[in-house]
Write a protein that binds this ligand. Structure first.
Ligand code: KIV
Length: 267
């Protein structure tokens, strides 16, 4: 069975929690799908994790299209949502609709995610009028890192909580099917989750959101540059891979690999 945006609405109605993980390539997407994760985000975090940039800002539409298409090929049964990268939707509504359409038409995504609240509601509505499902993203919005002055927790006071709720409500009214709440206090996220009839997906936003998302490389120990404090580490695959590669190197240097009697060399 393929997951669609309708499943998320049903899960919210039934108060069933769900998970979302990032993937950026074919083979990782296959593993995420095999694990039964229903929703995959092709996040613009690929800028840091896959491309080695220090923020998401350099990520282009071409990057997103290539990685989205690979993920869709690897996980056809999952709901695959692709991030609209920086400057692909802020300049005009026309460009936003066109770029969202490219992620669906060329990339094969079933929906797009963009950052921003009240200020983005008209853009969101325009994309949805083109029948493209949109996931919102409020709280810490990494594409606004320079405007925010860093990656600090958002909505930490009453005014911030009010703005977070207003942003989430504006997105819901514009028609988003779900909204990511990134790096906000659990209390603020719980308030938004209770107020909305669409699912909230927390990313460092406490336990009361309807869904939870993390960057897969963070939970698997595959990305060493930086791990957000709210990410839980479930495996040390980077370390395990380095040990396996070291063993290969030692085998090659010592002549243990390839073994002379290996079948593949018998001709
Ligand atoms: O780009 C990304 O991976 C994200 C998640 C962290 C929500 O936007």
């Amino acid at each position: 069975m393929s997951i669609t945006v309708r499943h998320l609405a049903e899960w919210k109605a039934k108060r069933e929690r769900f998970s979302m993980l990032t993937a950026y390539d074919y083979s990782l997407a296959q593993w995420v799908a095999k694990a039964g994760i229903p929703v995959i985000l092709v996040g613009d975090s690929l800028g840091q994790v896959m491309l080695g940039h220090s923020s998401t800002l350099p990520v282009t539409m071409e990057d997103m299209l290539r990685h989205t298409a690979a993920v869709v090929r690897g996980a056809p049964q999952c709901l695959v949502i692709a991030d609209l990268p920086f400057l692909s939707y802020q300049i005009s509504r026309e460009e936003a609709v066109r770029n969202a359409g490219r992620l669906v038409q060329t990339g094969g995504a079933q929906g797009v995610k963009l950052e921003g609240g009240e200020d983005m509601a008209d853009t969101v509505a325009a994309i949805i009028r083109a029948d493209i499902p949109v996931m919102g993203h409020v709280g810490l919005t990494p594409q606004a890192v320079h405007q925010l002055g860093g990656y600090q927790t958002q909505a930490t006071d009453e005014a911030g909580e009010r703005q977070l709720l207003a942003d989430a409500r504006a997105l819901e009214a514009a028609g988003v099917f779900a909204v990511v709440l990134e790096k906000v206090p659990a209390r603020a996220a719980a308030q938004v989750t209770a107020a909305l009839s669409i699912p909230t997906i927390g990313c460092g936003a406490g336990p009361d959101c309807d869904g939870q998302v993390l960057v897969t490389h963070d939970i698997l120990g595959l990305f060493g540059d930086f791990t957000p404090p709210f990410a839980k580490r479930y495996a040390e695959l980077g370390q395990a891979a380095a040990e396996a590669m070291k063993a290969f190197d030692q085998d090659v240097q010592s002549g243990r690999f390839p073994a002379k009697k290996d079948k593949q060399h018998d001709g």
